[in-house]
Design a protein around this ligand. Structure first.
Ligand code: T3D
Length: 263
């Protein structure tokens, strides 16, 4: 019997590419096949000029339940966690954070373990009212990986992050919004449409400038103020030299809406 595709691709005419994790019966728990397919789809999206924004979401009721524990149980002998992470989750998270296009994580349901890391890794995080984030790793006596120890303390502070990790606390949408784990929460019934509207709004923004903004934020998160100030000055040259900038200024002078979608 042929296996279903682990990641479904859907392109809309409004320049939004949606990647849906597709193991709904396992709450989209990640096996290697899914992780490689997602990373490859993101790399392909980088080269597709017709696609301006990427949405990552889950099929069925879950977003992603983290590493597939069935696969873990089937491992023989001792597991090389380090090598596994280096081959699977690390390239995935690096690809998302380095992508020169905005990535939205549209968290439709539970995001647990490395699935929580994936949910946090988006440039914009949109949650359904049914979304739940769990740093579930300690339930199986592992440490948070796939970037959770880097992302979560920066969002909620070290002590709160540790508490969430130590108790594998379930964070629902209301608390997620308060804690800054997501930017918007939408009703479950309209979630897909609301995400699409949001993504289209983002796709109409100046993408070169947004890619450079993402690059500047990534740099600033690991740098001093002096270094960040200088990096802004360098990247601003790239933004200012781009046709998008000229269109923005022309539109302002002409009292019209800029057409950034042409670039
Ligand atoms: O290997 C390495 O490189 C290390 C990397 C580690 C990264 C990690 O992500 S470690 C963390 C792994 N994930 C987990 O420990 C989460 C396990 N799942 C859960 O705790 C719960 O399922 C949830 C809290 C996520 C959701 O609970 P609930 O009650 O909504 O759903 P459920 O009934 O538990 O799950 C529904 C089905 O999905 C169920 O299958 P069944 O019984 O209907 O046939 C369940 O077994 C399956 N499922 C859920 N999570 C996983 C899974 N199957 C495989 N792997 C999973 N992670």
């Amino acid at each position: 019997m042929t296996q279903p595709e682990p990641v479904l691709l859907s392109k809309t005419k409004n320049a939004v590419l949606t990647l849906s994790l597709n193991r709904p019966e396992r709450l989209n728990a990640a096996n290697d096949e899914l992780l490689f397919a997602l990373t490859e789809a993101l790399k392909t999206a980088e080269l597709d000029n017709a696609m301006r924004v990427v949405v990552i979401t889950g099929s069925g009721r879950g977003f992603c339940a983290g590493q597939d524990l069935g696969d873990v149980q089937n491992r023989e002998g001792s597991t090389n966690f380090t090598e596994h992470l280096r081959h699977t989750y690390i390239p995935l998270i690096q690809t998302i954070r380095g992508l020169k296009k905005p990535v939205i994580t549209a968290v439709n349901g539970v995001a647990a373990g490395a699935g929580a890391s994936l949910a946090l890794s988006g440039d914009i995080r949109l949650w359904s009212e049914h979304a739940i984030l769990i740093e579930v790793f300690s339930n199986i006596a592992l440490i948070p990986d796939a970037g959770s120890t880097w992302m979560l303390p920066r969002l909620v502070g070290a002590a709160r992050a540790f508490e969430m990790m130590a108790f594998a606390e379930k964070i629902g949408a209301e608390d997620g919004l308060k804690l800054g784990l997501c930017e918007q929460v939408y009703s479950a019934g309209t979630f897909v449409d609301d995400v699409q509207v949001y993504a289209e709004r983002l796709a109409a923004r100046p993408l070169n400038a947004l890619a450079l903004t993402k690059q500047a934020i990534n740099f600033a998160l690991g740098s001093t103020l002096d270094a960040a100030l200088d990096n802004e000055a360098v990247l601003q040259q790239l933004a200012g030299d781009h046709a998008e900038h000229k269109e923005g200024v022309r539109a302002f002078a002409g009292k019209r809406k800029p057409d950034f979608g042409q670039f």
